[in-house]
Every structure is written in structure tokens, then in C-alpha cells.
Design a binder for this molecule. Structure first.
Ligand SMILES: Cc1cc2nc3c(=O)[nH]c(=O)nc-3n(C[C@H](O)[C@H](O)[C@H](O)COP(=O)(O)OP(=O)(O)OC[C@H]3O[C@@H](n4cnc5c(N)ncnc54)[C@H](O)[C@@H]3O)c2cc1C
Length: 462
């Protein structure tokens, strides 16, 4: 492609900004990033409270966050944040140690079995499911892998045939059942469901295992995690500052028309002309949102194939509260509540996060899911109240809510559409209307998978 190609990037979150970085590194300098909000970072949102930044969105990374590391190197920054740690409570608010055999004498046989199954899952992922952990979902539904190895920072291109990969279309609980590793869900659920990515009986195994590949999951278990002192938003603010063309903020896109090999974007009332457009913003949102976010099919001249495919996308209703507590009620550590990670406990507090251990004048943040594919959504206000009540039950009552949001979170498709080849159909459309699709749904809803997908998109098409 001509290096002077005029490229419009929709969205100034991790996917859009890293697309800018990788394009620039490849010699494409004629790009424009349009961001609808007055800040960059998207779901990496780190506001300030009492002089320190806390996390309303993304919190942590792991050492295999190679794309995030590319960004750190590009900007000369590093993961310099507080060390994380956690404990566990039951839904009655008692501290428990679910993985400590001495505290769970009756559960020793189950714990031993679980350990064996974790080992087995690690082995079959490397053998039977070879190729499972490349970024993105190309070929999985057809029993192929095609992408870039995530085994080390080099990320060599790899591809091959492996019919077993079709099992990744199944919901994760079913995938575990057919492989005799059901108890591994006791481990995977912590960094999965409580992080808002849905329930194992509804989410295809591909999402679970591409995000929580064996190494990554073990990093969570061993609390081998990265954080950033000034928050995850700082990574993307830094990247924005280091780009030749920082994102244009407060850019409301009213219309996108693609005709005669050109892309016409109406932004804040002015028509701008580009040659290509990369969309990292939501492709489809099935309901009306109070924050005004819309799917691209609503403001683009969406074609029938785009509408048909993108209307299959759903997302998680994931709510975050930032609360103050009285000093005497402040938690001494972050807590996970496994009993509340079951769909029967929809809307309850699953985890609460205490970021700074040297002070009690900082907020804690709470996390709850309020939708499962097969059940009625718990209304926002009801969920908010349940979470505040749960904090009382946990002996850490809130004195004040200082920030809150209900996030457009983890767009994905369900097993049937995944198995019907949704990803291969969308991948075949890349570039067709001078349009490229990136961002969370194309890989997975975390900072690194989205930035990595942008890296590979640039590698593959530009
Ligand atoms: C509570 C929470 C906890 C999380 N924890 C972690 C974690 O610990 N680790 C991790 O790696 N990830 C975590 N994530 C996920 C991570 O933040 C996201 O996966 C990542 O930010 C996705 O990047 P993105 O660029 O694809 O999308 P986004 O971050 O959503 O960015 C999209 C951008 O597009 C903009 N936009 C939308 N529509 C338009 C439009 N029409 N025109 C212009 N701009 C538009 C948005 O304003 C936004 O800035 C968490 C997220 C949340 C909410």
C-alpha cells in the first residue's frame, strides 16, 4: 500500500492508538485518530482522587503483554505501580482460604484432583490444542490456526491445521467437560468471570483460553502482575503524546460514507476525505446506551453483510463503583468472592480492589456483572444497591460513592455464531469497503490482545 495513504482511525483507546504507533513505525504517517471523548485511553480510565490515580477500568497486565511492552518501549515508561495482592471471602463476609488444604481438610481430595486437572489442561493445550493461543480467531471454527505466536516477544507468524481447535467454539464449561478438566474452572474463574468476561456456560472456550492461556493464568495465580503508578490510562496518554499525530479529542463522527475508493467522514459538521478507515470503536450495540455510544453500523453507510454479521455481537453489562470508606472500614487487601461469581448470584459483588496499601484515604473499586445470556438483566440501580449491601456484609461498608459507570464491555459472539465461522467471515471482509475492523471483538477485551491485534492488522494489510 502507498505510504501516503490517508488513514482514519476511529477511537483513541489501546487499539486505535497502538494502530497509530504501528502504522507510524511502518512508515505510514498520514493517519488521523478520532476520539469522541475529551480523553484518550478508552476503558483504561484512571481518574485522580486525593492526589493519586485509581482505576475505573483496566488495572493490570502480565509479563507476556508484548504489545503493551512495545508501547512502553516506544514511550520510555515502565510498569511501576503498586504490587497487587488478594484474599478471599465467602458471601457471608468471612475470610476463607479456598486453596489451602490445611484449612479445607474435607476438600483435600477435590483440591488434589484439581491440581492434576490443571496439569492436564496445560499439557493438552500444548499438544491436542496446538495453535490455540495465537491472537485473534482466524480459522478456529474450521480447525486451523493462523496468526502470530505469542510464545515470546518475537511473535513469529505461524499457521497449521488442527481439527481439535473446533472444540474451542464450545462454551468453556463444555470444553472442560469433554476433556475431563472440569475442576480447572475453579482456578480460571477468578481472573475470568470476576473480571467481567461472562460465565463459563455461555462463553466460547476460545475467548477464555486465548486471554487466559496457560502462562497468563499461572501469572494470575502467582500474582506475577504488572500495574502502573499513574494508572493504565497513563500508558495510552504517554503513547498519544509520543505519536506524530495525537488523537483529535471531542471528535463526534456523524456520518461515514464509502464510495469511489474514498472514505468521507463527517466529523463535528465537517466532511473529511480519507482512503482507508480502521474502526476500533464498537461495531454493534444491541440496545440504546445512556452514554451515547453507538455501533458503527448506525453511523456508517453499513452494507448488508456488515449489518448481518455485526448484529450477532453482544456485550457484558459490567458495573464499576469507586467508593470511599471510613478509615476503620477500609479493607486491608483486595477480596475475591467466588460464591458471587455464579450466574445465580447475578448483580452481586464479585471482587473489590484496594490499590494502595499505605493509606486509607483512597477509594476502593467494586465489580459486578448483571447479565447472563439466558436470564433477564438485573437493572443498574438494583445491582448498585446489591453491591453496596454486599460491602456491608463484607465488613467494609462504603461511606460515599465517588464515581461509577456501566461499561460497554467485552463484545463477543456466542458459540453458535462462533462455530458458524463468524470470525472467518469478518476477516474475509477486512479491507473490502476500504474498512478494517479492529478493537476488542476481533481478539479479546483486554489491553494487550487489542493492541496486539492492531499490530497484526498493520502487519497483514499495510
Ligand atoms: C472495569 C474494567 C477492568 C478492566 N481490567 C483490565 C485489566 O486488568 N487488564 C487489561 O488488560 N484490560 C482490562 N480491561 C479491558 C481493557 O480496558 C479493554 O479491553 C481495552 O481498553 C480495549 O481497548 P480498545 O481500544 O479496543 O477499546 P476501548 O478501550 O473501549 O476504546 C475505544 C475508544 O473508542 C472511542 N469511541 C467509541 N465510539 C466512538 C466514535 N463513534 N467515534 C470516535 N471514538 C469513539 C471510545 O471513547 C474509546 O476511547 C478492563 C476494562 C474495564 C472496563
Amino acid at each position: 500500500m502507498d505510504k501516503n495513504t490517508r488513514i482514519c482511525i476511529v477511537g483513541g483507546g489501546p487499539a486505535g492508538l497502538s494502530a497509530g504507533m504501528y502504522l507510524e513505525q511502518k512508515g505510514y504517517e498520514n493517519y488521523t485518530i478520532l476520539e469522541r471523548l475529551d480523553r484518550v485511553g478508552g476503558k483504561c480510565w484512571s481518574p485522580t482522587y486525593n492526589g493519586r490515580r485509581y482505576e475505573m477500568g483496566a488495572i493490570m497486565g502480565v509479563p507476556s503483554y508484548y504489545a503493551v511492552h512495545d508501547v512502553e518501549e516506544f514511550c520510555g515508561i515502565t510498569h511501576d505501580g503498586p504490587k497487587l495482592n488478594r484474599n478471599y471471602k465467602n458471601s457471608k463476609g468471612d475470610v476463607i482460604e479456598p486453596f489451602e488444604p490445611k484449612k479445607n481438610i474435607l476438600k483435600i481430595p477435590r483440591l488434589l484432583k484439581m491440581k492434576k486437572q490443571v496439569k492436564k489442561l496445560g499439557e493438552i493445550l500444548e499438544t491436542k490444542y496446538k495453535g490455540y493461543d495465537v491472537n485473534g480467531h482466524r480459522g478456529v471454527a474450521e480447525g486451523r490456526y493462523d496468526g502470530f505466536s505469542q510464545a515470546n516477544a518475537k511473535r513469529e507468524p505461524i499457521s497449521g491445521v488442527n481439527p481439535n481447535l473446533k472444540d474451542l467454539c464450545l462454551p468453556f464449561s463444555e470444553f472442560c467437560r469433554i476433556n475431563g478438566v472440569e475442576l480447572t474452572q475453579d482456578i480460571w474463574i477468578g481472573p475470568y468471570t470476576s473480571f467481567g468476561y461472562g460465565y463459563f456456560d455461555e462463553i466460547p472456550a476460545a475467548y477464555v483460553l486465548k486471554y487466559l492461556d496457560f502462562q497468563t493464568c499461572m501469572n494470575f495465580v502467582k500474582v506475577n502482575l504488572w500495574t502502573w503508578k499513574n494508572g493504565t490510562q497513563y500508558i495510552w496518554e504517554q503513547l498519544n503524546d509520543h505519536l506524530k499525530h495525537p488523537a483529535r479529542l471531542n471528535s463526534t463522527i456523524e456520518k461515514v460514507e464509502r464510495k469511489d475508493g474514498k472514505v468521507f467522514v463527517t466529523v463535528n459538521g465537517q466532511v473529511e476525505e480519507y482512503d482507508k478507515i480502521i474502526v476500533t470503536a464498537p461495531l454493534y450495540i444491541p440496545n440504546k446506551r445512556t452514554d451515547g455510544q453507538k455501533g458503527m453500523v448506525e453511523y456508517f453507510d453499513a452494507r448488508e453483510d456488515e449489518k448481518a454479521l455485526f448484529s450477532k455481537i453482544d456485550y457484558e453489562r459490567y458495573d464499576v463503583l469507586a467508593v470511599e470508606t471510613k478509615p476503620e472500614d477500609h479493607p486491608e487487601i483486595s477480596y475475591y468472592v467466588f460464591e458471587n461469581m455464579q450466574k445465580e448470584r447475578l448483580g452481586h459483588l464479585m471482587v473489590y480492589y484496594r490499590r494502595w496499601k499505605d493509606t486509607k484515604d483512597q477509594v476502593i473499586t467494586t465489580y459486578a456483572l448483571r447479565k447472563h445470556k439466558d436470564t433477564k438483566e438485573v437493572p443498574y440501580e438494583a445491582c448498585r444497591q446489591m453491591v453496596l449491601d454486599d460491602l456491608k456484609t463484607m465488613h467494609n461498608p462504603a461511606s460515599n460513592v465517588i464515581n461509577e459507570w456501566s461499561v460497554y464491555y467485552f463484545p463477543h459472539v456466542f458459540s453458535k455464531d462462533y462455530a458458524d465461522g463468524w470470525y472467518d467471515k469478518v476477516e474475509a471482509m477486512q479491507g473490502k469497503y476500504d474498512t478494517y475492523y479492529a478493537g476488542e471483538v476481533m481478539s479479546f477485551g483486554d489491553m494487550d490482545e487489542t493492541a496486539e491485534y492492531s499490530r497484526e492488522l498493520v502487519e497483514r494489510f499495510f
